[in-house]
Design a protein around this ligand. Structure first.
Ligand code: IMP
Length: 190
């Protein structure tokens, strides 16, 4: 029984498809960093989740990374409740530890225009990490105007607004276990 009214959604990526892709990304990340971060001198990988949208993806992804991992979060808001990027990024929460000399992966839910990620990468780069890469569940390549390279990508999608698996519309739907496309409300039409 549903306890709240969902928008009309078309499932783009279901639970199983996401789980499979996230497991593959975790494996890819493990292989990429294994020699650098896991040896006796290795200090582990720093995974920086961007709040709030990345929390579901990050929680699943890190459980597929077979390396010493430290988790940090950055709070960042660029959207308010609107569905178009304003380009203005506000940092609402910062890292708790320095990342100088560390291998860092920034984890996002979606790279849309890329303006948020460009700001975050410039910000983190200025702190002197040993390496800095991007993992994102989704990207909208048609919209990316900040020249962001997503090193570890879940799925590319067309320029459409999606919710679920961490992604919200007006703060809701982050808890849906799938990624869905919000369809126009046709209630009352036949
Ligand atoms: P960008 O700065 O345009 O790349 O926007 C990135 C942020 O916008 C993401 O972290 C999301 O919070 C939000 N966003 C962009 N596209 C969508 C979408 O389709 N659904 C939900 N949030 C989105």
């Amino acid at each position: 029984m549903a306890f709240f009214t969902q928008p009309r959604l078309e499932v783009l990526f279901d639970k199983e498809a996401i789980a499979k892709r996230v497991a593959a990304l975790g494996k890819e990340i493990t292989q990429h960093y294994r020699d650098d971060v896991a040896g006796p001198d290795g200090r582990g990988l720093v995974v920086v989740g961007i709040l709030k949208g990345s929390f579901v993806f990050l929680a699943d992804l890190v459980r597929h990374i077979d390396l010493p991992v430290q988790i940090e979060f950055m709070g960042c808001s660029s959207y308010g409740d609107a569905t178009e990027s304003s380009g203005a990024v506000q940092v609402t929460q910062d890292l708790t530890k320095p990342v100088s000399g560390r291998h860092v992966i920034v984890v996002e839910d979606i790279v849309d225009t890329g303006l948020t990620m460009r700001y975050l990468l410039d910000n983190l780069q200025s702190r002197g990490p040993k390496s800095l890469k991007v993992a994102s569940l989704l990207e909208k390549p048609e919209k990316n105007r900040a020249n962001i390279k997503v090193d570890f990508l879940g799925f590319s999608i067309p320029d459409q607004f999606v919710v679920g698996y961490g992604l919200d519309a007006g703060g809701l739907y982050r808890n849906l276990p799938f990624v869905g496309l919000v369809l126009p409300d046709t209630a009352g039409q036949s």
